[in-house]
Design a protein. Structure first.
Length: 588
């Protein structure tokens, strides 16, 4: 094992020892209960099985066969989740073949950040993760299941399902992906049209044609954003049938993999292989996920989500852990926005199997971890080609794109933040320029439209944290900032909000914590203050003398949160949300 991987893992184990022990004791107490057929009242069981066919009732009541719950994020508006419509019937058929039963335990909400970007609905996005976790808990609260299949793919859906599952850590659990849509308009061409539209060079009709050519069918979006990063991390954690992540929805192998998911959850529910998810997801498993994220230049959103996921298993991680691992692990992939390829091309070039094999063989992942597969985590590396299918997309540990991963921790008088540097040109890793301060993304977009931003600057967009407005993604800011950078201006973004999992070529210090609403230093910034963003040394600093800075008052939130779009229903979530580095959890 690489010494940094060992050191960080051991530190996490020490830090988490008491909390993890308490969690595992709770898992053991639940595991040691009697089966549901003996534990629950007859009326309870009759209600649970009332709608089942009589032969399924016979299997459960007389044969004591396993009953598997399905928690599904199906809806037919989200392209990534539309394929799940047919999965329950398929899984029931496989269950019959295996002498088991299946029930859809419940559905969870699934919203698309691509639809809600720049709209009021985006203010529900981050907290939809915790709503999904709670909905998962409600689905499993009937307490009649011997294992669970989780059907979900996208941004907040997988983290929410995983948080919910870990709060039922006594159950065996397998995640069932649906795969990416076919390749459409190349992502770089799509981005170019967006930048042209931001400059007024093309109209709405041409922009819509480009977007529709990029997003055109069932499956996940094909860039390597949060949704597809989810799938990479689940493979690294051993929670998928190995190799399932990036097989297309309509591929023949997809049905085979889905049926295998049902067989797998049955296998890990047997006494000889009993592996509930709460025991499987240990400190080494979490570190493996972090390493897979960093080695592939994955989504910055996971520096929030995986903190919350780890906490759900009694494990404490922070951004220093990510930063130290990122400095050690090599960058093995170039997938948009860190390169030109999409995830289908990544899959063809070697895919998840290539990445896992290289990381395991290079000593950058823990090999001795549990997995839903009997062969362990190395099963996920089986089938990787001996040579890369395209060294512009995937490379071996011996010849990486970079000696370090794609994420850095920034800290200084402005707080702690993260930056994704894997797609940022090296000459832009250090930006020092006057601040231009905005309290909303709409204000910034308006200033750009008026031609007021043609200069070197660090754009500060504040009051975008979890407690202020739910920490929306600010991806709408990417095209205008990219235009300014392409004009030769030295620009950067500093915000307590989030960027898309497709954060791109403009340097962006994001997730700044503490957030402005909670007295964070961003509330002191004024137009003209010189800010230094240094991704080389890990510095985020304001160049104002100490006396002036200490005497400066905090700016107030310019206006109270706007109601409508259901945002008032999330008031308590905003009120109780933790900071970004604590996972923005609303339930602690």
């Amino acid at each position: 094992m690489h010494p940094v991987v060992t050191e960080v893992t051991e530190r996490i184990v020490r830090r988490s020892r008491e909390l993890r022990a308490t969690y595992l004791a709770g898992v053991t107490a639940m595991v040691e209960r009697k089966p549901a057929q003996d534990r629950m009242g007859c009326a309870n069981l009759a209600h649970a099985y009332a709608a089942l066919p009589s032969n399924d009732k016979f299997r459960i009541a007389v044969q004591r066969s396993p009953n598997i719950g399905i928690v599904t994020a199906y809806n037919d508006m989200l392209s990534a989740h539309q394929p799940y419509q047919s999965y329950p019937a398929l899984l029931r058929d496989e269950a019959v073949r295996q002498g088991a039963t299946v029930q859809v335990a419940g559905g969870v909400p699934a919203m698309c950040d691509g639809v809600t970007q720049g709209t009021p609905g985006m203010e529900l996005s981050l907290f939809s993760r915790d709503a999904i976790a709670m909905a998962t808990a409600v689905a499993l609260s009937h307490d009649v299941f011997d294992g669970v299949l989780m059907l979900g793919v996208c941004d907040k859906i997988v983290p929410g399902l995983l948080i919910g599952a870990l709060h039922y850590g006594h159950l065996p659990c397998v995640f069932v992906p649906a795969g990416p849509m076919g390749s459409g308009l190349p992502n770089k061409d799509k981005a170019k049209v967006r930048e042209q539209y931001a400059q007024g060079l093309v109209g709405r009709d041409e922009l819509l044609r480009a977007e529709s050519a990029a997003y055109h069918g069932a499956g996940t979006c094909t860039f390597y954003g949060t949704a597809n990063s989810n799938q990479m991390l689940l493979e690294a954690m051993g929670l998928h049938v190995p190799g399932a992540a990036f097989v297309a929805p309509a591929a023949d192998a997809r049905e085979t993999l889905t049926r295998q998911a049902l067989r797998t959850v049955l296998q890990i529910g047997k006494s000889g292989r009993f592996t509930p998810i709460g025991r499987l997801v240990d400190e080494r498993c979490i570190v493996n996920a972090m390493l897979a994220l960093l080695a592939t230049g994955g989504s910055t959103n996971h520096l929030i989500h995986w903190v919350a996921i780890a906490r759900s298993a009694g494990i404490l991680i922070d951004w220093t852990d990510f930063d130290e691992l990122s400095a050690a692990v090599p960058l093995l992939t170039r997938v948009y926005p860190n390169g030109a390829a999409d995830v289908n091309q990544f899959q063809t070039a070697g895919g998840t199997q290539w990445v896992l094999r290289e990381l395991l063989d290079g000593g950058f992942m823990h090999p001795d971890v549990l997995s839903v597969n009997a062969q362990g985590i190395r099963a996920g590396a089986h089938g990787a080609p001996a040579l890369s299918g395209d060294e512009d997309i995937v490379r071996p540990v011996s010849r990486p794109f970079s000696a370090s991963g794609g994420l850095r921790l920034l800290q200084g008088r402005l707080g702690r933040a993260v930056i994704k540097v894997s797609a940022v040109p090296e000459d832009r890793h250090v930006i020092e320029a006057p601040a231009r301060v905005f309290d909303t993304q709409e204000d910034m977009l308006g200033a750009f439209a008026r031609g007021e931003m043609n200069q070197d600057m660090v754009v500060v967009v504040r009051f975008q944290g979890p407690q202020a407005n739910g920490m929306p993604e600010l991806h709408k800011l990417t095209p205008p900032l990219a235009v300014l950078q392409d004009k030769g201006f030295r620009v950067a973004l500093v915000t307590d909000g989030r960027m898309s999992g497709a954060s791109g070529k403009v340097p962006a210090a994001i997730h700044v914590t503490p957030e402005a609403l909670c007295g964070g230093p961003l509330a002191k910034i004024q137009d003209g203050d010189v800010i230094r963003l240094d991704a080389v040394t890990g510095v985020l600093e304001v160049l104002v003398n100490d006396t002036q800075w200490s005497e400066r008052a905090l700016a107030a939130l310019p206006s109270p949160p706007v109601a409508g779009f259901g945002r008032e229903l999330f008031k308590n979530m905003r009120r109780h949300a933790g900071g970004a580095e604590q996972g923005a959890c609303t339930w602690l």
